[in-house]
Design a binder for this molecule. Structure first.
Ligand code: SF4
Length: 456
């Protein structure tokens, strides 16, 4: 290696303070300009490109310096360009690139496990040795290829690895980018909407919202940070309030009106407790639930299956279901009922039946704010306060649907619980809520200039 980590740190020290600033937010231009103009002591050229660490593809300047006769990346900063002025800056991720190269934890060679699984004992081996071991293992399982799990990420190489194991070896067990990103959320949403819904399925309407709750994500810290900054600025201009749950104090908590620090992975407990309060105190939006959801559908209590209506042509086409009409106290098809009951339980053809809403209420019965307080440390009174505030502001109040959802094992359920809060409040698909993507602002990315252009 041409230079040491110590030399590298010295080289970047002059600009460290500026580049460490999270520039993902609409900061005063002078701060960004300071980061750009301070330069690097030995920078020889600046290459313009786009960051591809997340989907936003922010404009970057890569400062290249010559050290010990070798070209190295000395600094990565936001590239201000009038053509891409919707970008407010860059987040901390690409700014760490110059240092990553020198981190002692960086894996430079293949590692072979030498201890028990989970023991954390590995030894470095050569690439040739690694490929030979891999070939042996693949041969061993060629008759049962599904026993091979191929883990890869995105990009050209990741795609090749996945295709090779899928098409050539024949295992269905491969991973791709989404599996370490938003798949948990997509699946959580499938239980609510009937099909997986990814991050771009909804556009949080901050501009018309009164109250937004952010849990499980810090958009001020990374991942589509400029797009979030844009909608956040619009929301703030219209007096939107922001409540944040985070695992640490951050730029996001700084921007919030109120924030709570919770242990990692406990967001689900907060979402479940919100559901508990909304259902027990009947804070939900009755008209929305009747008109846009199946909350009034009757289920058998013993199997939780929809009540069967034999030989019913509507049911066959899945166009309707049985409800209890509160208007004349009779069982009817949903399409014929004037006032479908949301909270009904009784007997139908000798079997106990209940509405979907009551089944949901039963499911979250034990998740009281006091239960959540024991897990998260957030006082039960604060959780109740938030449920009441959201209900008061609804439908212009929602929990942002998030982006990544695979950092913790329970994030599929977390996404599901969060979205249920929004549905109960009638905040999905409405102005000021979690709107459908129509009109989603698109940022013009400099990705087209990825073929690096030297400007200095
Ligand atoms: S928001 Fe995404 S594209 Fe922009 S700098 Fe951060 S990781 Fe890169």
């Amino acid at each position: 290696m041409g230079i040491t980590r110590r030399e590298m740190l010295k080289l970047t020290a002059a600009t460290a303070a500026a580049t460490a600033l999270p520039l993902s937010l609409p900061r005063p231009r002078t701060v960004i300009a300071g980061a750009e103009s301070s330069g690097s002591p030995t920078a020889t050229r600046i290459a313009k490109t786009a960051c591809i660490i997340c989907g936003q593809k922010c404009p970057l300047e890569i400062h290249v310096a010559k050290v010990g006769g070798k070209e190295i990346v000395s600094k990565v900063v936001y590239s201000r360009d009038p053509e891409y002025d919707q970008f407010f800056g860059i987040c901390g991720r690409p700014q760490t690139i110059p240092e990553l190269r020198f981190l002692p934890e960086r894996i430079r060679k293949p590692l072979l496990r030498v201890g028990e699984r989970g023991e954390g004992k590995f030894k470095e081996i050569s690439w040739e040795e690694a490929l030979n071991i891999l070939a042996e293992r693949i041969k061993k399982y060629m008759d049962e290829p599904w026993r091979i799990v191929a883990v890869s990420h995105q990009g050209f190489e990741g795609g090749l690895v996945r295709k090779f194991f899928k098409k050539v070896i024949g295992t269905p067990n491969t991973t791709k980018h989404c599996d370490t990103c938003h798949t948990g959320m997509d699946i959580g949403h499938k239980f609510i909407f009937g099909s997986p819904k990814g991050p771009s399925a909804f556009q949080p309407d901050y501009a018309n919202a009164d109250l937004v709750v952010l849990m499980g994500r810090n958009p001020a810290g990374g991942i589509v940070a400029s797009a979030w900054s844009k909608i956040f600025t619009e929301g703030r201009a219209n007096k939107m309030k922001l409540v944040v749950f985070d695992v640490r104090e951050s730029r996001l908590t700084e921007l919030s009106d109120k924030y709570y620090i919770i242990p990692p992975g406990t967001d689900l407990a907060i979402a479940l407790a919100l559901l508990n309060v909304i259902l027990n105190e009947r804070l939900y939006n009755v008209d929305y639930l009747i008109n846009w959801t199946n909350a009034s559908m009757l289920l058998y209590v013993d199997t939780l299956e929809p009540v069967k209506l034999e030989d019913n042509p509507y049911m066959e086409k899945k166009k309707t279901y049985l409800v209890y009409d509160g208007y004349d106290q009779r069982f009817k098809l949903k399409t014929e009922a004037k006032k479908p009951a949301l909270e009904f339980e009784g007997e139908y053809n000798g079997r106990s039946v209940k509405t979907v809403l009551l089944v949901l209420k039963d499911a979250v019965k034990e998740y009281t704010p006091e239960w959540a307080e024991r897990i998260t440390g957030i006082p039960a009174g604060e959780i109740r306060w938030l449920a009441h505030e959201m209900a008061r502001a609804a439908p212009r109040a929602f929990i942002d649907h998030n982006y990544k959802a695979t950092r913790y094992y329970n994030e599929g359920m977390f996404s599901r619980a969060k979205m249920l809060v929004n549905v109960l409040l009638g905040s999905v698909g409405v102005k000021g809520g979690l709107a459908y993507p129509a009109g989603k602002p698109k940022l013009k990315s400099p990705i087209s200039i990825l073929g690096i252009e030297t400007t200095k």
